[in-house]
Design a protein around this ligand. Structure first.
Ligand code: GLY
Length: 410
């Protein structure tokens, strides 16, 4: 009995020490969102487990039905990744076998060479899995993925080609070698592959791509173009355009967030201050943009024509929030974390967060896929949820984000 009381006392003490740097409201927001995530994924995985088909939920269609995607879809890793984060946030072992199963379904993605998105797909699934379990097999998948991604490097232009130009809407543009700002998100897998394999070619490709993107995607006001088309033979920039934004000169909201996150990641691996400077400049652009609403959830494009009567894009906000927690590790100013905290607080209100059992079992409402393609307007998106949960892990773990660089096996 005495020993039990002592142990209980010790547990209380250690809990109060580890929580002493966090405000009660922070702890509440993390606990509350973890409960929601567990509730929604319980329901989502019950549906998935009822069939032998591979079901990967991405969004809702116009009738409110869940849209499932095949494993070669660019969003295929985010559901597995969200389960990894739910496992981490809840400490509930029931999530581990599901996270492993949903990750390992994506094994053949490592051979995909037809687009650049393998970084998103394998990073969200296998890399998170590796970070939480140290599974050596996952490392091999990451290195193989980096090899596939590297086949898209065009040395004369110094960039990774994002899209092929074989689809009708792509070929109509007359592009030769389109690079989208989203591609900055695929570099993490290259940096990790160099760490795992010792092959520096992946690292060099990532650095070259980041430098070229910095030179050619960004405008003087630190906003960015969505698409830059290169001549892969000469490296010449052929055009600067948009595909998912309002127009070529506008600032597509999610693209700004991809850049913020991407340059922060480049700083993590290289410690080159130009990348952190770039992330600071992007922050300054986003958070002083006059069309950004006070609640910090942007409209889908900062220059959309009918603001304030335009859809918001929650996914852009969650990507930024996650990036800002990482930036706050490297920078002394408090504003980065405070901004991220404010985004998380806003998203944790009923205006944006669904109740358990609603919203097709997704966590957040009000994202936008692509307005120009009339696709996924004001819907939940699996990647909005994924970056929201990542942001919560980062918020909880504060400046001690060693889970990015060390295995944090239980
Ligand atoms: N990477 C595709 C998108 O952001 O919509």
């Amino acid at each position: 009995m005495k020993t039990t009381i002592k142990l209980f006392g010790l547990l209380l003490l250690s809990a109060s020490i580890s929580c002493s740097t966090q405000k009660t409201s922070d702890i509440d927001v993390i606990a509350e969102n973890t409960t929601i995530a567990e509730g929604q994924y319980e329901l989502q995985s019950n549906i998935i487990e009822k069939t032998t088909k591979v079901l990967i939920p991405r969004t809702l269609d116009k009738d409110g039905k869940i849209v499932y995607v095949p494993i070669d879809d660019w969003t295929s890793g985010f559901f597995a990744g969200s389960i990894w984060f739910t496992y981490k946030l809840s400490n509930n072992n029931k999530w581990l076998p599901l996270a492993e199963k949903y990750t390992e379904r994506l094994d053949s993605v490592k051979y995909l060479k037809c687009h650049h998105d393998v970084g998103f797909m394998i990073g969200s699934s296998y890399l998170n899995g590796y970070r939480q379990t140290g599974n050596e097999k996952y490392k091999e998948v990451i290195v193989e993925t980096a090899k596939s991604l590297s086949t898209r490097f065009r040395p004369n232009a110094g960039i990774l080609q994002s899209w092929n130009v074989d689809k009708d809407w792509q070929s109509k543009r007359g592009w030769k070698c389109p690079v989208i700002i989203d591609n900055m998100m695929n570099l993490e897998i290259l940096f990790e592959a160099t760490k795992f394999s010792g092959d520096s070619s992946f690292y060099k490709i990532a650095v070259s791509h980041a430098n070229k993107t910095l030179a050619n995607h960004y405008r003087d006001n630190n906003s960015c173009y969505h698409v830059v088309d290169y001549d892969p033979e000469t490296g010449e920039v052929r055009s600067k355009e948009t595909a998912q934004g309002y127009d070529n000169e506008s600032s597509w909201a999610r693209g700004q967030a991809w850049g913020l996150y991407g340059y922060t990641v480049c700083y993590r691996y290289t410690k080159n201050p130009i990348y952190l400077e770039q992330a600071k400049k992007i922050y300054d652009y986003i958070f002083t943009e006059k069309t950004l609403p006070k609640d910090l959830i942007p409209y889908w494009d900062y220059n959309a024509p009918n603001i304030p009567n335009e859809p918001r894009d929650v996914s852009a906000a969650t990507v930024s929030a996650s990036a800002l927690y990482e930036m706050s590790m490297y920078l002394p100013e408090k504003k980065y974390k405070l901004t991220a905290d404010k985004i998380i607080a806003t998203l944790s209100t009923p205006a944006y967060r669904a109740e358990i059992g609603t919203n097709g079992n997704f966590i957040l409402k009000h994202s936008v896929g692509s307005i120009p393609h009339n696709n996924e307007i004001d819907v939940p998106l699996n990647y909005a949820d994924y970056y929201f949960l990542e942001a919560l892990v980062r918020k909880r773990d504060g400046l001690n984000m060693n889970y990015l660089t060390q295995i944090t096996k239980k």
